[in-house]
Design a protein around this ligand. Structure first.
Ligand SMILES: [Zn+2]
Ligand SMILES: [Zn+2]
Length: 314
C-alpha cells in the first residue's frame, strides 16, 4: 500500500485510494446512476469558453469517474482552456484532505478545503476515531494553502438518526476550527436546513459561510442573504423540478453568489449523469446568467471577486 503522503502526480489516481481490489484504478463511480439506470461514462464535450475567468468553488479531483484517467494537471488545463482558472479542492476525510493540501502545494491553480464530511464524521464516530480524525484535520487547517474548512455540515439523507448527534458534534468542531484559523466554512447540507442554521447561530460564527451546492428553499435563501452567507450553485440549478432552487438563485444578492461543479457529481443539463469536471463550470455559469437575466461577462467578474473575498488569492 503506497504511503498516504505520496503527492498527486501524472496520470495516477491518489495513492491513498488504491487498494488490492481496485488494482491501481482508484474508486470509480459505477456505470449505474443513483436512479438505478445506466449512465454514460464519457466526459461531455468542452463548452464554449467564458468571456472572463471564474473559479470552481467546490470540486473533488481525487474522485475517479469516467472511462479515462485524468491527472490533476490535465483537469486544470482543460478547465483553464474554457475560462475556469482555478479550483477549490475539497476534502471529505483525513486522506482526501491531505490530498487536497498536496494538490494545492503542487499547482498554483488549486486551493484546499479540509474537513470530515458529515457522513464520514458519523462513520468515524462509530469507529471510535472521530476526535483523533478531527485533530488531524485541525493540523492541516494551519497550512497556508488551506482557505476553508469543508465540506462539513449535516446530512440527514445518507446518515440515519443514530449518527446525527455525532454529525452535529463534528460540525461544531469544524466551525470552531474555522473561527480559530480565520477560515471560511463550506457547508454540506442535505435535508438538514434547520439544524445547520441553528448550529451556525449557536456557534456565533462570524467568518464567511458558503453553502456548497445550495439546496435550500426561498425562505432559507432570504435568511442567507440577510446574514451575508454565500450560496454556491452548480448543476442542480439546471435540473428539471428544481424551480424552487432557481427562485432562490434569482433572489441571492450578486455579491453572495458562487459557482461550483461538485465534480464528479451533479453534472449540469444536458449532460446530467455523465462525469463532471471543472471544465464544465461554464454550463452552470451560463445557466445562472440566463436565470438571473444578467450579462455573462459582468457575472463572471462578480463571481471571481466573490471567490477572492472568501478564499483570498491563489
Ligand atoms: Zn457535499
Ligand atoms: Zn462535495
Amino acid at each position: 500500500m503506497p504511503s498516504p503522503d505520496a503527492a498527486p502526480t501524472g496520470l495516477t489516481p491518489p495513492a491513498y485510494l488504491r487498494t488490492e481490489e481496485t488494482a491501481g484504478a482508484g474508486p470509480r463511480r459505477s456505470a449505474e446512476g443513483e436512479d438505478g439506470r445506466r449512465r454514460r461514462l464519457e466526459y461531455p464535450p468542452a463548452p464554449e469558453p467564458l468571456p472572463s475567468p471564474v473559479v470552481d468553488n467546490h470540486t473533488h479531483l481525487d474522485f475517479r469517474d469516467g472511462l479515462v484517467e485524468v491527472s490533476l494537471g490535465d483537469a486544470l488545463d482543460a478547465a483553464q482552456a474554457v475560462g475556469v482558472e482555478a479550483v477549490i479542492q475539497v476534502g471529505c476525510d483525513v486522506p482526501s484532505s491531505r490530498w487536497a493540501v498536496q494538490a494545492a502545494e503542487q499547482d498554483a491553480r488549486v486551493l484546499a478545503a479540509v474537513a470530515l464530511h458529515p457522513n464520514d464524521a458519523a462513520r468515524a464516530a462509530a469507529r471510535g476515531t472521530l476526535d483523533e480524525e478531527l485533530a488531524a484535520i485541525e493540523a492541516l487547517a494551519a497550512h497556508p494553502r488551506v482557505r476553508a474548512i469543508g465540506e462539513t455540515g449535516l446530512d440527514y439523507f445518507r446518515t440515519t438518526p443514530d449518527g446525527h448527534a455525532a454529525q452535529q458534534y463534528s460540525f461544531r468542531e469544524h466551525v470552531r476550527m474555522a473561527a480559530e484559523h480565520s477560515l471560511a466554512v463550506q457547508i454540506h447540507d442535505r435535508d438538514a436546513h434547520a439544524d445547520v442554521m441553528r448550529v451556525l447561530e449557536e456557534e456565533r460564527f462570524e467568518g464567511d459561510v458558503v453553502f456548497h451546492c445550495f439546496s435550500g428553499d426561498v425562505p432559507m435563501a432570504r435568511i442567507a442573504a440577510e446574514r451575508g452567507w454565500y450560496l454556491s450553485f452548480g448543476g442542480t440549478a439546471t435540473f428539471k423540478n428544481n424551480d424552487e432552487l432557481r427562485e432562490a438563485l434569482r433572489l441571492t444578492p450578486r455579491e453572495r453568489l458562487l459557482v461550483e461543479t461538485d465534480a464528479p457529481f451533479l453534472t449540469a443539463v444536458p449532460y446530467r449523469g455523465r462525469p463532471n469536471a471543472p471544465y464544465l463550470v461554464p454550463l452552470a455559469v451560463r445557466a445562472v446568467a440566463q436565470l438571473r437575466q444578467e450579462d455573462l461577462e459582468g457575472l463572471c467578474v462578480a463571481l471571481r471577486e466573490n471567490t477572492a473575498r472568501v478564499y483570498g488569492s491563489f
